[in-house]
Design a protein around this ligand. Structure first.
Ligand SMILES: NC(=O)c1ccc[n+]([C@@H]2O[C@H](COP(=O)([O-])OP(=O)(O)OC[C@H]3O[C@@H](n4cnc5c(N)ncnc54)[C@H](OP(=O)(O)O)[C@@H]3O)[C@@H](O)[C@H]2O)c1
Length: 239
């Protein structure tokens, strides 16, 4: 892989599938040296194959956003190799969907670990090099669930609302250093997200599918109202 002073370097988290995978390809096809990070490098085959076929500058690195060493060691390796990080796409995340009381505190803390502290960890890792170069763009894949409270998504919404506040505050904090923050708030996108959802365990004797199809949560109006109130698109979640 070649790198020169002119090429821009992007780091994407959660690149094994979905939005992260496609973002890596889009960035590389636009000329970015793209550091595709994922927590399980065994999932990199497809991305690397496309990169080879199209001669794209994509290099895969290990990164589990839940883990300090994994995040900071990889950022150090990227800086050693490329000397800079111009763009960070904070994408890694998953959904914990179900009634709040059906989850253990550990499940809720894990949701925050990845969707909030994972984001903060990677941002803290890239900030020193971005500040040094007085240049950087930090993109966060939030969600419509970061704009409106949606039944069955209380924990997930709490993480995405956190990320919205974090980004707004940071955008002021980092402006003097030439670093911009961008929030992306997608609606429903057909990725592995739904397959990877974590739903309540059976500890109260409630069947997982039963919780998700509970009439109070499976009502089109119940789901549509919060989004309409926030001027959002009407989404009917078919779980
Ligand atoms: N799809 C939607 O409808 C939708 C809507 C709004 C927002 N979003 C947001 O978009 C982002 C990407 O989701 P997606 O739709 O592309 O789903 P996806 O296909 O399931 O991709 C999620 C990615 O995050 C990775 N990931 C999860 N935990 C991680 C960790 N601890 N460290 C590193 N990587 C981790 C997954 O890795 P593994 O392959 O190893 O699991 C996977 O690469 C998420 O933040 C999600 O909240 C999605």
């Amino acid at each position: 892989m070649s790198n020169n002073d002119k090429s821009k370097v992007a780091l994407v988290t959660g690149s094994s599938t979905g939005i992260g995978f496609e973002t890596c390809l889009a960035l590389a096809r636009s000329g970015f040296v793209t550091c595709a990070t994922m927590r399980d490098k065994k999932k990199s085959g497809n991305l690397e194959k496309i990169a080879r076929n199209e001669n794209l500058q994509i290099k895969v690195f290990d990164m589990d956003v839940d883990n300090d060493n994994s995040v900071y060691d990889t950022i150090e390796k990227i800086i050693m190799e490329f000397g800079k990080i111009n763009v960070l796409v904070n994408n890694a995340g998953y959904g914990l969907f179900g009634a709040l009381e059906d989850f253990s505190m550990d499940e809720i803390k894990n949701q925050f670990e990845t969707n909030v502290f994972g984001v903060i960890r990677v941002i803290r890792g890239v900030l020193p090099i971005m500040r040094q170069h007085k240049n950087g763009i930090i993109i966060k894949i939030s969600s419509l669930s970061g704009l409106a409270g949606i039944p069955t998504q209380s924990a997930y919404c709490a993480t995405k609302f956190s990320v919205e506040g974090l980004s707004e505050a940071l955008s002021f904090e980092l402006e003097p250093f030439g670093i911009k923050l961008i929030l992306i708030e997608p609606g429903v996108i057909n990725t592995e997200f739904v397959n990877d959802l974590i739903v309540p365990t059976n500890k109260y004797g409630i069947d997982k599918s039963e919780t998700l199809v509970n009439p109070s949560y499976n009502n089109e109006e119940t789901l549509a109202v919060p989004l309409q109130q926030h001027g959002g698109q009407v989404l009917i979640l078919l779980l």
